[in-house]
Unconditional design. Structure first.
Length: 135
């Protein structure tokens, strides 16, 4: 079992393409088409990482992040947005976003972003073995 990632987006095509890329990277992928669905998944089994679209009908990605902050979930979030203003980015960072993907992004950009977050998570794990650097 790889680490679990939850992708939250109201567009099925985005969910499907993220799922394909992330599963190829060895992640165990869950999908949610709304904030409510995402919260249900998180309550049932918190993922190691969240990929969240900002612009969604009903409740947006920022709403989800505020919920997570209130719960002190500590789950790192990668924000996906086609409208990344400095304000959005600042608010997302305040709410705990660890990375920002501007839509549309390529599969390579997605994989690289998630890989770098994964490396950071591994470093922060208290039981992680120190890596022997060869240089």
């Amino acid at each position: 079992m790889g680490m679990r990632v939850l992708v939250v987006d109201d567009e099925a095509i985005v969910l499907k393409s993220c799922q394909a890329v992330l599963e190829a990277e060895g992640w165990d992928v869950s999908l949610a088409g709304s904030v409510a669905a995402a919260l249900a998944v998180i309550d049932a089994a918190p993922p190691a990482l969240l990929l969240v679209d900002v612009k969604m009908p009903v409740q947006d990605g920022m709403h989800l992040m505020r919920c997570l902050k209130q719960r002190e979930s500590g789950i790192p979030v990668v924000i996906m947005s086609g409208y990344s203003t400095a304000e959005t980015i600042r608010e997302a960072e305040d709410l705990g976003a660890v990375a920002f993907l501007s839509k549309p992004f390529t599969p390579d950009e997605l994989a690289a972003t998630v890989r770098s977050v994964q490396n950071r998570l591994r470093k922060e794990e208290p039981h992680a073995q120190p890596e022997n650097s060869g240089d």
